[in-house]
Structure formats: C-alpha cells, structure tokens
Design a protein around this ligand. Structure first.
Ligand code: IYR
Length: 238
C-alpha cells in the first residue's frame, strides 16, 4: 500500500455480509404530536438565512464537531458515506483559502460567467470580494469521495456520491442552524485549489466551502432570498 493510500484509507467494512438488527429507535407519537412537531420544525427552518457578513465571535470547536457528527448520520449510497469535512479555524489557513477563492472569483465575475448567470446573481448582491472567508471563525470544506481505499488498501467505488454529499450537507446546515449558527454555502469556481490547501487526495472533489459563525452587527440578507416558492408550486398531490 502506498503511503498516500495508507493515509486516506477508510475503516469501512466491505465484507458483503447481511446482518439484521432490531430497529434501534422507534417513535411513539400521536398524529397530533407529529403535526405539532412538523410545525415547530418548519418554524425553526423559517429562521434560517444565508449570511454573507460575519462577526469574529469565536465558536467552540465541539459545536462544529457535533454538527459534523450529525451530518455523518446522513443516508448514503450503499452506506459508503462518501464525504470528508475539512474544518479550518487557523487565520493563516483561512487567508490562503480567501486569496485563492478571490482569485477564481475575479475571473468568474469579470467574464467567465455568462451574462445570464451574472444577471441571476444580481438580486443576491454577490461579487468577487469574500471577506467572510477570513472573518468567520470556521470554514468547513466539504469533499466528495468518488472512490475510497479500504483498510486492506483496496480501491472501491462509491455510489450516488452527489446525492449522498448533498443530503449530508443539508443535515450539516440544519444542525448548525439548530445550534444557533449561521452559514454561507460558498462555491468558488473552479475549486481544485482546495485539495492542495486541505491536503486531500485527487480522488476527492471539493463541493463547497461552508462559512460558519455569527452574523456581523450590520449583516443584511437580500430581500430576494426571503421569497420562497409556495407549496402548490413545489408539490403536486396525486
Ligand atoms: N461562486 C460565486 C458565484 C455564485 C454563484 C451562485 I449559482 C450563487 O448562488 C452565489 C454566488 C460566488 O460565490 O460569488
């Protein structure tokens, strides 16, 4: 096994055996209780906004760890859990990420993006300046693992990688919001520089940077972001 494979191998058991367990947890709720819980969760999620301006108030690492543990519970293709979360608090490291991201963004906003794309971003008010990448206390770089290396050094394939990482990211954003934190899903384009800056192998694809912290005193949200499609537009009853 190469040193790189050794470094990135996973503890995944790949012995292809099927074992059944009694269901480990079962809710015992009345319909009324379930209705109330669904309403309460909707109210909680209505309070989530993407925040682009952060205070430098520190956030204890244990909160980030707990939220990543929750994200790690997400369902995934064949339960391969094809994700890795690089968490960054070090100011020099955040500065390096900011510089590389801003360099990519400058070319994006200066013409690499189509006029249609830039037009779509106008109501969001984004540009190539990304100060939140250094002011927010934590950056979480989310990597998708297209393949993995098992403990014996054998390469294996992952399945439904985008879907799995998308679901885990949703869990993570929800867990951070529930813990009283704000986030920004930031997608510099392209993002290959993150492999080198986070020391992750080429088999992993950086999906996004999640900026995590508390909003700055003068933080605002774009009015456009508070428009949500009504239920009858996002749902059809058959
Ligand atoms: N990556 C750029 C552009 C961007 C693209 C979309 I689609 C957004 O919803 C927001 C921004 C940036 O982060 O500025």
């Amino acid at each position: 096994m190469s040193e790189t494979d050794k470094k990135y191998r996973s503890s995944i058991p790949l012995d292809h055996t099927y074992v059944e367990l009694a269901i480990p947890h079962r809710w015992q709720m009345s319909d009324e209780e379930m209705i109330r819980k669904s309403e309460e969760f909707y109210d909680l999620m209505k309070k989530r906004h993407t925040v682009r301006k952060y205070s430098d108030r520190p956030v204890p690492r244990v909160i980030i760890e707990n939220c990543i543990k929750a994200a790690g519970l997400a369902p995934s293709g064949a339960n391969h859990q094809p994700w890795h979360f690089a968490i960054i608090e070090n100011p020099d490291h955040k500065q390096k990420i900011r510089e590389a991201a801003e360099e990519e963004e400058r070319t994006f906003y200066a013409g690499r993006a189509s006029d249609e794309w830039l037009g779509a971003l106008e109501p969001i008010g984004t540009n190539d300046s990304k100060p939140h990448l250094t002011t927010a206390p934590w950056l979480i770089v989310i990597f998708a693992q297209r393949t993995g290396i098992d403990r014996n050094g054998r390469k294996y394939k992952n399945y439904y990688v985008n879907e799995s990482v998308g679901i885990a990211t949703g869990f993570l954003i929800t867990a951070l919001h529930n813990a009283g934190l704000s986030t920004l899903t930031h997608t510099p384009n392209p993002m290959k520089f993150l492999n080198e800056l986070c020391d992750r192998p080429a088999t992993e694809k950086p999906e996004m940077i999640l900026v995590v912290g508390h909003p700055a005193e003068d933080a605002t949200v774009p009015a456009h972001a508070k428009w949500k499609k009504p239920l009858d537009e996002i749902m059809t009853v058959y």
